[in-house]
Design a binder for this molecule. Sequence first.
Ligand SMILES: [Zn+2]
Length: 269
Amino acid sequence: MVHRVLSLALSAVLSDASVGGIKLISVADEIKLGRQAQKEVKSEIPEVGGAPGVYVSAIGRKLAAAARGPKYPYNFSIANYREINAFALPGGPVWVHRGAIQAAANESQLAGVLAHEIAHIAQRHAADQISKGVIANGLLGLLGAVLGISGGARTAQTGAEILAGGYMMKFSRDDEREADRVGVEIMRRAGWDARGMVEFMQTLRTRAGRDPGSVEVFLSTHPSPSDRVERLRAQLRGVRAGGRRDSAEFARIHATLAHMAPARAMPKR
Ligand SMILES: [Zn+2]
């Protein structure tokens, strides 16, 4: 996975690599990379638009406005898949599966899922992963060679091919913990009850026992829910509870989704 994104970075959008720094790609490169990935993902994934799409975007935008870090062009989409999952592309696009929205019991739980993904973007975890991949694979020489090649239609096409099926990045355990921690801060600044994030992880834990297939992908890309719950509880200890937990709109969207044709199963990759 990392290799695919890495190759794309090398072949398509690298313009500001600094070998000495930790991050080998710039914010502008991340945004370009994410736009290209988003095009590919949109052509592959069945999307839920309409009122649910508008609603998730509205929540996402409020949370993103409370994120620190570069001003990425955040945007939010719903994948019409039944599995509980969410993912972030570099530089702005966030996807949440319909299954995750339907598994959430209130708005703050959904906000927790989105805040975690926003935190991955705000903390530039994609740039970390790509940079680590370049270094770990001894590709610095290649990086230099690629930088000499001009972009254009051919590299864009190569990038799109490479990305097909490879958009879900696996972040490090530290990055995941940071996304939880920063996600909680984002939720609180944006006015949601941060306990929603903990509650959603407890739901994941329950689901893992009852319907393992629905959380398989999520669990393979994230630390165990128990570990995350424990850390988040420690972070929230002593913090005054409060903030928005639910809304009539959330209930309406839940009802809308429940009446739609069932979400599809995510294709196996
Ligand atoms: Zn994550």
